[in-house]
Design a protein around this ligand. Sequence first.
Ligand code: ADP
Ligand code: MG
Length: 400
Amino acid sequence: MTSFRTLDDLGEVRGKRALVRVDLNVPMADLEVTDDTRLRATLPTVTELADKGAIVLLLAHFGRPKGEKRPDMSLSLVTRAYSEVLGRPVRFVGDCQGENAAANVADMQPGDVAILENTRFHAGEEKNDPALAKAMAALGDLYVNDAFSAAHRAHASTEGLAHLLPAYAGRAMEAELKALEKALGEPERPVAAVVGGAKVSSKLEVLRHLVTKVDHLIIGGGMANTFLAARGIDVGKSLCEHELAPTALEILEAADQANCTVHLPYDVVVSTQFAANPSSLRTCNVHEVAADEMILDIGPAAVEALADVLKTCRTLVWNGPLGAFETPPFDRATVQLARTAAALTQAGQLVSVAGGGDTVAALNHAGVADGFTFVSTAGGAFLEWMEGKELPGVKALEAA
Ligand code: ADP
Ligand code: MG
């Protein structure tokens, strides 16, 4: 991994103004923050900087205002909740650049923390406009990026700024990059990847990249149906992208070339109804799916075989549930394999890294998110990393 500076490299920061890019894009209902996970993720960096006497100016986007000043997307709505999570007073500043913002932060003292208004109120943010980056840089002495989840976007606050001020990775960014490096950068082998979820089409690049990187590719979820169908198996009414059959075969061929073993389920859980605990429910061989049935989970024999595969591996990356886990009993395979992965991790046999919106929900549902080595909540950025792409926000830190 190319190196980047972290907070360990800061030197004396007392009285210096640190522009810190964080992820404050929290879900809201009735003007209240409904999940403060992202707020809590910023605490190590913000607390450390404030304790060292820096003047901490937080930069973040909130929703998709597309360059308009939208009161319903103002970060003023998040400031009180953030202050409570941080356990310190937090000032709100009504712009992330310009004279008013500068005047507003001028009297801040070492250790003070402020949230600057939504960076996306300026159209230049998403265009990575150098003029906006320059105007933001004028407010600070140094730049810290702690928002891995926004690092796949080359925006003014995630990329442009890193070139204008001394730039550092924050603690959450640092932990994420180290975990990802351990999983796919220079992993201990054998490496297994689990790729599940609804559709092959949303993860084509992930699959193409992984077959060149891992020893075992485990395909589950709706996407397994597309691969089974491509191999001539009748998947009945299952969610399936029949038109992607040639692509699926190409991926299987590429895996073969790269000595990557692809694991598709040989038994599945099927029903004629996509509903919780349906009256029609059976487990069968993949060759026995009836015309009116849907595959909604992979079967117990497959899960057992996959657990045996994981037991031979040293590293696991996981994105996507193995079945329609929100609808019981189609959560079984995901829960069981996740528990196996967590147990192997806790026994010191496996480094396990997982990510993806529904994947995180599924691991929480299985009660094993804490059992994994690292669980990324970064969504889009995590997937782009799994595609093998260089993330502009990370690259800018490495160049700095
Ligand atoms: P992530 O957000 O972790 O990247 P995805 O969004 O790709 O995951 O996929 C998650 C969705 O896939 C879940 O809503 C789950 O219900 C669905 N899914 C998994 N297996 C099946 C299946 N066999 N049939 C229909 N939907 C499925
Ligand atoms: Mg999803």
